[in-house]
Design a protein around this ligand. Structure first.
Ligand SMILES: OC[C@H]1O[C@H](O[C@H]2O[C@H](CO)[C@@H](O)[C@H](O)[C@H]2O)[C@H](O)[C@@H](O)[C@@H]1O
Length: 568
């Protein structure tokens, strides 16, 4: 990890910090001035850190410093408009449209089980959205990286959409699932090659391909992406190329900051993982908001700690949720680094299983045996640390406050977080768990009585907090992992619930699309046909992972000719 090792003056926050580029510091000054000048309405801080320079940084800073400013730091709208127009290229211009070469309007063998003509026509429209979301890094980024926060990438990517103008790590898994249903194998492989290039350069796959995301990763699903592509294409070369970087990624997630040892009286020590960003300042893409929240805190030390929690929550992909808050009504009590999350540990378990499989494919038998053993050990840890037999769910585990300083912590039942989140059911996604029929039946009953199953899909949590990873929002990745897990089991009941959830999700996506002309980032699971809201930015459309999950569900479950589509 290339981090700044200067000791922090704050004893509560001694973790590493990855230094950032000078351009970002300057863009945050422009962002702050823009907020003061234009006001809050329709202000998105990310727009300013996504600008590219037309001239070198010092020329631009000099011109900015000369703008006449009022005492509170604002400038006139006319001056700021003129400055931005003269010195910057617009946000998004650094990633240019790229025609996906393997796109055809109706691929051969596309969604064979979708017979209903209305659903088929819509599925073809969703399939065509890959063209809208396909991009490549502009030549200027390759030739003058110092003028951009966009990071150079070797090949084309698929972006989520709207304000998310760059490739994202965990989003890409569901984008790839959709691309595979769309038979766009080359586009899917190119995404993986790009993520591997980030891993080669930074030692981890970044949250997204921007300079302000270098201090953290996102839910690690690279091995799952490679597995799904190999499963469809049999591309051994891809597996051979991916294996060494995956071993490097495994090291990253098992480095000192992400690893915690939990000891229990019966089975000894369990090595498990948490999110932990290498950053203790405001997130540049949301800097004005982060500072406002931090202003409630007493001193710099508390602020640093809070900023690390904010960035670590962004690493979790669940930014933001009461799941990570000690007090659900107080945002500054975020404590993501003090939690062992069920889903992160499932993703790492999947990484171990996948690496063992890939190593076997390329004849690295010792590696295969080592990772098989690691996966068996982690499965045992799941049963001891996360499983709650009374609830029939796997629960996040709260670490004691001084976790970072302790060698190991002793497991205590009271540290399991008994609040219900969709992530409590994510272990079903993994064959090691969904192949156990009595277990699946118990967890299915628990899901049915959890309160999470709603008219239009699975809710993220039971708490309506106004955060986007909470009730009543439903997110495509969560629907997909739980549905896929249930549908892989041999339990008839679980499979029928999987189909029911998938149908509800398809209906709500369809009706919202017909009403708004767009696919959405998240949906309101209480109301069929409504998109979701809340959180720190306005609802986004596009949308990579929602498109991917709809196509994957339609491929798996189909839609009979005589079954009506629409809200029931
Ligand atoms: O700009 C605020 C935050 O936005 C991202 O998070 C959300 O969008 C991502 C892209 O679809 C998604 O991967 C994530 O789960 C969402 O919560 C970004 O990843 C954050 O780092 C960023 O601070």
């Amino acid at each position: 990890v290339n981090s700044d090792s200067a000791p922090s003056s704050c004893s509560k926050d001694s973790g590493p910090v990855v230094p950032t580029i000078p351009l970002l510091g300057f863009l945050q000054r422009v962002q702050e001035t823009a907020l003061k000048t234009y006001g809050k309405s329709s202000f998105d801080p990310k727009d300013y850190v996504d600008l590219s320079l037309k001239f070198n940084l010092s020329t631009t800073v000099e011109a900015f410093d000369k703008l006449p400013k009022t005492a509170n730091g604002s400038v006139s709208v006319k001056d700021l408009d003129a400055f931005i127009g003269e010195y910057f290229k617009g946000a998004g211009e650094d990633l240019v449209y790229a025609e996906p070469l393997d796109f055809v309007p109706e691929p051969h063998g596309f969604l064979p089980k979708v017979e209903n003509p209305e659903v088929r026509a819509w599925a073809l429209e969703v399939h065509a959205l890959w063209k809208n979301l396909s991009r490549k890094v502009s030549t200027s980024v390759h030739q003058h990286p110092e003028l951009h926060t966009m990071l150079p990438l070797p090949g084309p990517v698929v972006i989520p959409g709207s304000r998310f103008r760059e490739v994202y790590y965990w989003d890409s898994y569901w984008v790839i699932r959709g691309l595979l249903a769309s038979k766009m194998y080359e586009t899917a492989k190119a995404i993986v090659i790009n993520l591997i290039s980030l891993l080669d350069t930074y030692g981890h796959v970044l949250n997204g391909a921007r300079a302000y995301y270098t201090n953290r990763s996102q839910p690690p699903l690279l091995s799952a992406m490679v597995y799904e592509i190999y499963n469809r294409t049999g591309d051994v070369e891809l597996v051979r190329k991916a294996l060494p970087p995956l071993l490097k990624e495994y090291q990253f997630w098992n480095s000192e900051i992400h690893k915690v040892i939990i000891s229990d009286a019966e089975l000894g020590n369990h090595s498990l993982n948490r999110y932990y960003a290498m950053w203790n300042k405001p997130r540049p893409e949301s800097s004005t908001m982060d500072k406002k929240f931090a202003s409630k805190l007493l001193n710099d030390c508390e602020k640093q700690q809070f900023y690390r929690e904010l960035a670590s929550t962004a690493e979790s992909g669940w930014d933001f949720s009461t799941r990570w808050m000690r007090n659900p009504s107080e945002f500054t009590t975020l404590a993501t680094t003090k939690i062992l999350p069920v889903d992160l540990n499932i993703f790492i378990l999947r990484m171990e299983v996948d690496i063992a499989f890939f190593a076997k494919v390329v004849g690295e038998n010792t590696v295969a045996e080592d990772f098989l053993r690691a996966s068996q050990t982690r499965q045992k840890a799941f049963n001891s640390v996360f499983w709650n037999a009374k609830m029939g769910q796997w629960l996040d585990y709260w670490l004691n406050n001084n976790a970072a300083c302790e060698e190991s912590q002793t497991w205590e039942a009271q540290n399991q977080n008994e609040n219900v989140f969709a992530s409590n059911f994510v272990p079903l996604w993994i064959d090691l768990f969904n192949s156990d029929t009595p277990l699946v039946e118990k967890v299915t009953r628990s899901l049915q009585s959890s309160g999470l199953l709603c008219a239009a899909g699975i809710a993220t949590s039971l708490t309506n907090s106004g955060n986007q990873w909470d009730f009543p929002n439903g997110w495509a990745p969560l629907q997909h992992m739980i549905v896929e897990g249930l549908s892989r089991s041999t339990s008839t009941e679980a499979r029928s619930i999987a189909k029911d959830i998938a149908e509800r999700w398809i209906r709500t996506n369809y009706v919202a699309y017909k009403k708004t002309g767009a696919m959405h980032e998240k949906y309101d699971v209480e109301k069929c046909g409504e998109y979701g809201g809340g959180g720190e930015y306005i609802p986004q459309t596009g949308f990579g992972w929602s498109n991917g999950v709809v196509l994957a569900f339609l491929e798996e479950f189909g839609w009979p000719e005589d079954q009506k589509i629409g809200c029931n």
